[in-house]
Design a protein around this ligand. Structure first.
Ligand code: XLS
Ligand code: NI
Ligand code: NI
Length: 435
């Protein structure tokens, strides 16, 4: 045991009336909701980077946090791993996620960096054997080092592509060995700053080649997890290629990869793309692309990815509505891609952030389950589209009528459609009844 979390004990469910700030008030992992344990619905994960690698910097100032593993190389990385696994146990959360550079320091060469990652990977593997924490997903950081400033797969220099491939091979294999259920590709700096020095078509081909190589290698090593792309419209580059779910789907289809990959949808990224979170989930679900979620929220004033903890149960209820409707996230889960603010210095602040986030998810889940059990939404939706199930609507959709046939039908039957209320306010009030 380290003494980082000294004096803090495992967070337990105490119910909505509890005033203990270090207890769950809604997240009750064994509670049955819609036929499944709450933990099995949410499959929450802790992000190694935000909780243990981030230093509290912003564009105007550097490190504010003081952690005993900073600047200590491999020794620091070992201490960080000890503290991370103590944290997973304290929160009693079943999963974590990591990038290669979160767990081990980069070396002078790819070989040295990969060796460092493997060495800490061994330590993590031993912790996972004795503990209950599992790996939701692994990923490679292909954006922090200056070599990636013009992208990884989409870099004008093929040697950068090759270097990135060498990193991904290592993390994908480690993810597989640790029993990871997914492998994520967020498009770090795959995008551009100015079109004056960028060939869009060429970069798209490079990105598809890279993804194809990853898919092939995953198959070769027997990785049966999901490969996930995480859309984001901007930041760090001015324009990110994986803009949103629909853009990613178009890209995958163009290269014949749409059956191989799903999406990891992040709340704040949806918002940056000018969508709502539930929009991205609904689109992904309708395309069979909803794989996993990065849970967080953005500050609505700031216009960038602030990665704050979720705190809006209503938004999460709509999210869970679409997730429950598609029968759950399968191998996916809810990764807290969220960090405490730079003035939140204390180890306990890490607990508060995750406790609030989990309670918010729990309320959302229960709200959505109640919405579905009540049945009114489904009934009204079915009623709204009922015309398409019979007669004219069915014949149009089945392709039985030409444009001329339809026009003739309108005249012969004197069709004169009468508008019906969309009842939005009624529906919004109905949501609030359940949240
Ligand atoms: C950054 C992304 C990143 C990915 C993992 O905006 O959200 O944290 O989830 O590389
Ligand atoms: Ni993310
Ligand atoms: Ni993000």
């Amino acid at each position: 045991m380290t003494d980082f979390f000294k004096g803090l004990s495992q967070v337990k469910y105490e119910g909505p009336d509890s005033t203990n700030p270090l207890a769950y008030r809604h997240y009750n992992k064994d509670e049955m909701v819609a036929g499944k344990r709450m933990e099995d619905h949410i499959r929450p994960a802790i992000a190694y980077w935000h909780s243990f690698a981030a230093e509290g910097g912003d564009p105007f100032g550097g490190r504010t946090f003081d952690r005993p593993w900073y600047d200590k190389g491999m020794e620091g990385a070992r201490l960080k791993a000890d503290v991370a696994f103590e944290f997973f146990d304290l929160l009693d959360v079943p999963f974590f996620c990591f990038h290669d550079v979160d767990i081990a320091p980069e070396g002078a060469t790819l070989a040295e960096s990969n060796r460092n990652v493997r060495e800490i990977g061994e330590i993590i593997a031993r912790k996972m054997e004795t503990g209950r924490t599992k790996l939701l997903w692994g990923t490679a950081n292909l954006f922090s080092n200056r070599r990636f400033m013009a992208g990884a797969a989409t870099n004008p220099d093929p040697e950068v592509f090759a270097y990135a491939a060498g990193q991904v091979k290592n993390v994908l294999e480690l993810t597989h060995e640790l029993g990871g259920e997914n492998y994520v590709l967020w498009g770090g700096r795959e995008g551009y700053e100015t079109l004056l020095n960028t060939r869009i078509g060429q970069e798209s081909d490079q990105m598809a080649r890279f993804l194809t190589l990853v898919i092939e290698h995953a198959k070769k090593i027997g990785f049966t997890g999901q490969i996930l792309i995480e859309p984001k419209p901007q930041e760090p580059t001015k324009h990110q290629y994986d803009y949103d779910v629909a853009t990613v789907y178009g890209f995958l289809q163009r290269y014949g990869l749409e059956k191989e990959v799903k999406c990891n949808i992040e709340v704040g990224h949806a918002f940056l793309a000018g969508h709502s979170f539930e929009h991205e989930l609904a689109v992904a679900s309708s395309l069979g692309m909803l794989g996993s979620v990065d849970a967080n929220r953005n500050d609505l004033q700031s216009g960038w990815d602030t990665d704050q903890f979720p705190n809006n149960p209503g938004e999460m209820a709509l999210a869970f509505y679409f997730i429950l409707k598609q029968g759950g996230l399968g191998k996916g889960g809810f990764n807290f891609d969220a960090k405490v603010r730079r003035q939140s210095l204390d180890p306990a602040d890490l607990l508060h952030g995750h406790i609030g986030g989990l309670d918010t998810l729990a309320r959302g889940l229960k709200g959505a389950a109640a919405m579905i059990a009540d049945g009114e939404f489904d009934r009204l939706l079915a009623e709204r589209y009922a015309g398409w199930d019979t007669g004219l609507g069915r014949d149009i959709l089945a392709g039985k009528l030409s444009l001329a046939d339809i026009a003739a039908r309108v005249e012969s039957d004197a069709i004169n459609p009468q508008p019906r209320s969309g009842r939005q306010e009624y529906l919004e009030n109905l949501v609030n009844r359940f949240v």
